[in-house]
Write a protein of this length. Structure first.
Length: 385
């Protein structure tokens, strides 16, 4: 066995799925081996490789590096304490909860997330009858599972939302909905690209399909889910409009197509000839959201942009640039499909032009003291004060 870096495996929820993280000190040989494992991806935010966590994938990773280097699974073993071991009655209850969510017409993503969290919660309290569950059981679940698995605050908020719905579905517990509190949401400002950076990314994208995707996401402010569900029938070329059907919150909306995008759209359409969806996989059907994220990262590297960029960054940039160009915030809310104006108002905090026009008080103070007058000697920061 050669002296390769030790590999550390870890289990974590990433992109709303249970993932197996593969961590090791930079080594080109190991990187090449990881890339040869099907469906592995590099995460810039986590700074490691990952693959969906399944028994099969765990075994595959272990076998890949067998006799190559040490594979440390300590964190995997710790997390297996929470491996689900549900009874038939519990499985039936959770299946009915899943159907209940479907009947409430929640999105598929929300249904999967809520079902996942409630299944973990029920499994964690498998020794306690559901009728005896109290708020202390909720607190222990968060302390033992969420903290150890390093879940984000947004995931914890989703769990509380799921639990509020669950106790309406199954009201026999001792958990009071009114006492359940979500942790405060993180108020992070969105990552924004300049207009020049957006054009650099598009110019660096050589693949025609990829270029059309990036240009459309930015020019229409699309969510990644809206892009992959977009159909050819949703384009109204003569009106230079696009209809987004069944967006977040099951809302439809119209957005305008950029005049400069139309030649690219035509070139892409006649080159690839998609049949139903705007972009389709090699065998037809919907395109992969993960594929979009991967080629966008490559285009950013080619363009020399080092900041973290995702498809949603393009949507944030679209909204910010509209605001900087003088478009009313109410129209931007409509174009983005936001239900609440408060959601759109975050872009007022990153509006560059207004911020740049605000004079710094230090500059104002220096201007005042350096006004041509009497006998005052001119004051400069770079000299002696």
């Amino acid at each position: 066995m050669k002296n390769y870096p030790e590999i550390f495996l870890e289990q974590k929820v990433h992109r709303k799925k249970n993932q197996l993280l593969i961590k090791f000190t930079y080594n080109e040989i190991l990187i090449g081996m990881v890339r040869n494992i099907k469906n592995t991806y590099w995460s810039k935010s986590l700074k490691c490789w990952y693959i969906e966590y399944t028994k099969e994938n765990l075994l595959l990773v272990m076998q890949t590096f067998k006799n190559i280097t040490i594979v440390n699974t300590n964190k995997i073993i710790k997390k297996e304490v929470f491996k689900r071991n549900l009874t038939l009655d519990q499985k039936k209850l959770l299946n009915n909860f899943y159907l209940y969510l479907k009947g409430k017409r929640y999105s598929q993503s929300t249904i999967q997330t809520y079902s996942f969290f409630i299944a973990d919660f029920v499994n964690f309290n498998s020794q306690t009858p559901l009728e005896e569950l109290t708020h202390r059981n909720v607190e222990l679940f968060i302390e033992k599972v969420f903290i150890e698995r390093n879940y984000s605050i947004s995931s914890q908020r989703q769990f509380i939302s799921a639990l509020k719905i669950f106790i309406v579905f199954y009201p026999n517990t001792k958990i009071n909905e009114l006492v359940l509190e979500r942790p405060k949401k993180s108020r992070k400002l969105p990552n924004i690209l300049s207009q020049e950076e957006v054009l650099q990314i598009i110019a660096a994208t050589q693949n025609l399909k990829h270029r059309a995707i990036i240009a459309l996401i930015y020019s229409c402010g699309l969510r990644i889910s809206e892009l992959i569900n977009l159909k050819l029938a949703d384009f109204f070329i003569e009106r230079k409009q696009l209809i987004i059907k069944n967006g977040k919150g099951r809302k439809d909306r119209y957005v305008s197509l950029a005049e400069s995008f139309l030649p690219l759209l035509s070139n892409y359409y006649y080159s690839y000839k998609p049949k139903i969806f705007f972009v389709e996989g090699q065998k037809g059907g919907k395109y992969s959201a993960e594929t979009v994220r991967q080629f966008l990262k490559k285009s950013c590297l080619k363009a020399g942009i080092t900041k973290t960029v995702s498809p949603h960054t393009l949507r944030h940039s679209y909204a910010t640039h509209l605001l900087e160009n003088g478009v009313d915030i109410r129209y931007i809310q409509s174009l983005l499909g936001h239900s609440k104006p408060e959601t759109t108002m975050i872009y007022t905090h990153v509006k560059r032009k207004d911020l740049m026009e605000i004079q710094n008080p230090l500059d104002i103070a220096l201007k005042k003291i350096n006004q041509p007058d009497k006998n005052n000697e001119k004051l400069v920061l770079s000299g002696r004060i």
